[in-house]
Design a protein around this ligand. Structure first.
Ligand code: CUA
Length: 177
C-alpha cells in the first residue's frame, strides 16, 4: 500500500489508544528504573571506572609525563619511549595530536595509579579489548586505579574525533608476568 494521508485531517488530536498509552507508561517507568539503576551498575556492573580528577595546566602535565618517561625508560619503539614503572607506581600517560605517549609496560596483578591528560584537544581513551573508556580533556588530570588481570599487548585508541589524524591516534600498554 502506498503512503497516503490519514483519513482524519486533524489526526494529531485523536485520543490515545489504551494499548499505546499502556506502552508509553511501561517505557516511561522502565526509563526511570534504568536511570536510577545507573548507580547500581557502578557497584555491580563492573563497567565504569571511578575517576579522580584534578585541574592542571597542560604544559605542567607534559612536563610530568616527560620526567616520568625519562626516569623509567627501558627502550624505544618507533621513536616512542617504552617505559616500565615499578609496581604500584604512579603512571603518567599523555594524549596529544595524534598519539598516546609513552608506551607502558606494566606487571600483571599489580595496581597502578594511571594519570591521564591531554596536551592539546579533547581525546578519548579506549583500552582494547577491555571495557575501559574515558574522555581526556586538556586542563584536567584524571587518575584511575588499574590492576591488569591478563598479560599481553593492549591497544589504546582515541574515540573522540580530534582532527585529521584522529584515526591514527593509538597507543600501547604491555602487560607482563
Ligand atoms: Cu585523539 Cu581522536
Amino acid at each position: 500500500m502506498a503512503i497516503s494521508p490519514p483519513e482524519q485531517r486533524i489526526w494529531w488530536n485523536e485520543p490515545i489508544h489504551k494499548v499505546d498509552l499502556g506502552w508509553i507508561v511501561i517505557v516511561f517507568l522502565w526509563g526511570l528504573f534504568m536511570f536510577f539503576f545507573m548507580i547500581a551498575w557502578h557497584f555491580i556492573g563492573n563497567q565504569n571506572l571511578s575517576t579522580e580528577t584534578y585541574r592542571i595546566q597542560p604544559d605542567a602535565y607534559v612536563e610530568k609525563v616527560e620526567a616520568f618517561a625519562e626516569r623509567y625508560q627501558v627502550g624505544e619503539e618507533d621513536g616512542v619511549p617504552v617505559v616500565r614503572p615499578p609496581a604500584g607506581e604512579d603512571v603518567y600517560l599523555l594524549a596529544r595530536l595524534w598519539e598516546f605517549w609513552p608506551i607502558l609496560e606494566l606487571k600483571k596483578g599489580q595496581s597502578y595509579r594511571i594519570h591521564l591528560s591531554s596536551a592539546d584537544w579533547m581525546h578519548g581513551f579506549s583500552l582494547q579489548p577491555t571495557n575501559i573508556n574515558i574522555s581526556i580533556h586538556p586542563g584536567y588530570e584524571h587518575v584511575i586505579t588499574l590492576t591488569p588481570t591478563d598479560t599481553g599487548e593492549f591497544g589504546i585508541i582515541c574515540n573522540e574525533y580530534c582532527g585529521i589524524g584522529h584515526h591514527t591516534m593509538t597507543g600501547r600498554i604491555r602487560v607482563t608476568e
